[in-house]
Design a protein around this ligand. Structure first.
Ligand code: 6R9
Length: 661
């Protein structure tokens, strides 16, 4: 064995035994948050959050930090006025108009450098174009764009004119787009002719064409082009952005002064029941909180090159590619294609090319990089000072690999727990202040009061080491305002279970996260995963109900249930258990129909891993499907308690059926 190998093994075992990792002194020396007093200062409720809002430019200062008089409809920075696009673009022009704001790398290595001045010009022209097309303040604009510069430009243009955007991840199907357009009462869809996936041009406009056949509304469609000329069949009924922009070349649009409480955007997300919910985020509280956490948690400075390798179509991209980083005036990297195109070193090649300082990704991606092997990152010369994970728990093994092979043992790592609903980070360390602990998110962020409730409804003692239901006991500025158009659902989903809903004292209201968690004796939080019927597939949230209703569309299926199976790479993957109608034979054709139904209703990323035909599903006496049992079967685990089953032999029958296949 070479010396190098021996050294490697020694290091490996040292890393494994070590529970805490100190942030490197060079990091601490330059960090944004280095004083522990921040916890007391921001924790001074509610005025402590004023310091977050003070990071922004306001047209009018707020006269009340927090109004809790009508729980759970809390208000933040009441009376204040501001514009998000001004804060992310205009206010940087004096100091850094020639600095790159967005550094975009296309599939084939094409590069677009948008300086703050360029971004200013393009956001203004796009805002003028949207207005000319009839978009008015408070109109919801549905944006169905992939990772191209047009996406942040359109979002910021909407923000400039006070039109809330609703970005629908490009991987969603036509039907999902149609549903979200209708649900948001949106009369505008912004799309593009296509984009690149693994080097191939993907026709994207056909999803809009199909969505229009399904919508109840009749939205105007505005189409960007990926190149100068259309590469797909763009209907003459659609307005070409290029034409509109030509008409408005050089246009300037004054940013609309928005009330702090005016909505900035909607983001649809999966829940336990029914259709996806439109989480509605406010302008002032949201922007203040994501800016402050981008500064204190992600340690972003204007001079940094920052790369969050997520998709802007999810909340992570909204908060930590677009709004937080740009409000701080940094350089934010965007990449169009997948991490393995044209080779598995693509991410590290880009990191080297742009000299990225801060890198942000998901545990799923880390597991994938780990599987591909360290030879890929080793080929490139890059040096991160700070790394982030988000979206799911990270296994200590994957954490250690990330620390060693990507961070070169001299970068800090933050594991950030938060949700679409929370707008920004809630549980994570401030990197210079606390040691890292693989597998743990760490402390609650300044000003955030988290707690655990046992199944008996009682709050667990602090740092008890016991698992419980995660709740947030005190409001925070970036919390969702409501579920768009459905206040009742907002209350039922997030508040009813752990609040005294008759009380008009905000202290009696607790936000339910839907996650299980443990707080260890050191005060660190470890989030275990969802307690409800929501799965986490490669960091994407999917409701079992949504999947099941897609499967139910297949006529040959009598009944179906979806269970999450653990997957070493994606975290979880959906397994479909289907009972076919009388007289229908099991076949690959039916299986294919089921898979296609899921792809059509939701999107390809939700594709089931397995379709398993069974004679019956495990049900309680009252007829409820016990998905937990299917999950145990999928994961080849003990079945646990089956006494509540109407027919206790069903799980064994399913196991036998599986064994026969
Ligand atoms: C930001 C985002 C939210 C759900 C959340 C939880 C899981 C997110 C996590 C994590 C463990 C972390 N989750 N971050 N679990 N550790 N650091 O991911 O939002 O798509 O709404 O998902 O993701 O289960 O409830 P969203």
């Amino acid at each position: 064995m070479s010396d190098e190998d021996t050294a490697d093994i020694q290091l490996e075992s040292r890393l494994r035994e070590q529970e805490y990792f100190r942030p490197p002194p060079e990091f601490v020396g330059q960090a944004n948050a280095t004083d522990r007093d921040i916890y007391d200062e921001v924790g001074e409720f509610p005025e402590g959050f004023d310091r977050y809002a003070e990071l922004l430019d306001w047209d009018e200062r707020w006269d009340q930090t927090f109004d809790g008089s009508n729980p759970p409809f809390f208000e933040w920075f009441v009376g204040g006025k501001l514009n998000a696009a001004h804060n992310c673009v205009d206010r940087h022009l004096d100091e850094r108009k020639n600095q790159t704001a967005i550094l975009w790398e296309g599939s084939d290595g094409e590069q677009v450098n948008l300086t703050y001045q360029d971004l200013y010009r393009r956001v203004n022209e796009t805002a003028a174009a949207l207005r000319a097309q009839g978009v008015e303040e408070d109109d919801v604009v549905t944006i169905h764009l992939p990772m191209v510069p047009a996406l942040p430009i359109t979002m910021l243009a909407c923000a400039r004119i006070g039109a809330p955007h609703s970005v629908v991840f490009a991987g969603f199907s036509a039907q999902a787009l149609a549903e979200r357009t209708d649900s948001a009462d949106s009369d505008f869809i912004v799309t593009i002719d296509g984009y690149y996936r693994r080097g191939e041009f993907l026709d994207h406009i056909e999803k809009t064409d199909e969505a229009l056949e399904q919508t109840e509304r009749d939205p105007d469609v505005l189409a960007w082009l990926r190149h100068d000329e259309p590469q797909a069949d763009v209907s003459d009924d659609y307005v070409r952005m290029a034409d509109l922009l030509d008409e408005h070349a050089g246009a300037r649009v004054d940013p609309v002064s928005r009330d702090a409480e005016d909505p900035l955007f909607l983001m649809y997300t999966s829940g336990t029941t029914g259709k996806p919910k439109g989480c509605q985020h406010r302008t002032g509280g949201y922007l203040s909180y994501v800016t402050a956490t981008a500064k204190n948690v992600l340690d972003i400075e204007p001079g940094d090159t920052y790369w969050c390798a997520a998709d802007i179509g999810w909340i992570t991209g909204h908060s930590y590619i677009v709004y937080g980083p740009l409000a701080l005036g940094t350089t934010s990297v965007m990449y169009e294609d997948t991490p393995d195109y044209p080779h598995k070193g693509r991410i590290w090649e880009i990191a080297e090319k742009y000299d990225v300082d801060i890198f942000h990704t998901s545990p799923t991606a880390v597991r994938m990089f780990m599987k591909w092997g360290e030879e890929y990152p080793e080929k490139y010369d890059f040096d991160f000072r700070h790394m982030t994970t988000v979206g799911e728990p990270i296994q200590p093994e994957a954490w250690l690999w990330y620390y060693k092979h990507i961070g070169d043992e001299d970068a800090v790592i933050v594991d950030t727990w938060w949700q679409t609903e929370t707008g920004g980070h809630l549980l994570t360390n401030l990197p210079a202040l606390d040691d890292m602990k693989p597998g743990s998110a760490g402390r609650a962020c300044p000003g955030i009061e988290a707690a655990l409730v046992g199944d008996d409804g009682k709050t667990l003692p602090e740092a008890s080491g016991q698992a419980g239901n995660l709740i947030i006991e005190r409001p925070w500025p970036s919390m969702l305002q409501t579920v768009y158009g459905n206040d009742e659902r907002f209350i039922d989903t997030y508040w009813a279970e752990y609040s005294d809903t008759d009380s008009d004292d905000w202290r009696d209201w607790n936000y339910k996260a839907g996650d299980g968690a443990v707080q260890a004796q050191d005060g660190y939080w470890r989030v275990l995963g969802r307690l409800d019927d929501v799965m986490n597939v490669a960091g994407h949230r999917l409701g079992t109900m949504e999947l099941e209703s897609a499967v139910a569309e297949v006529e040959k299926v009598a009944e179906a249930a979806v269970a999450a199976r653990e997957d070493t790479e994606k975290g979880e993957v959906p397994d479909v258990y289907a009972v076919l109608r009388e007289g229908i034979e099991e076949s690959d054709t039916v299986r294919e129909e089921i898979v296609r139904a899921v792809e059509d209703e939701i999107g390809k990323f939700a594709r089931p891993a397995n379709v398993i035909f069974v004679d019956d599903l495990p049900k309680t006496r009252s007829g409820k499907i016990m998905r937990r049992i299917l999950e145990n079967i999928s994961n080849e685990e003990e079945l646990g308690n089956t006494t509540t089953l109407r027919d206790p032999s069903v799980p064994e029958q399913i196991r036998d059926e599986l064994a026969e296949k």
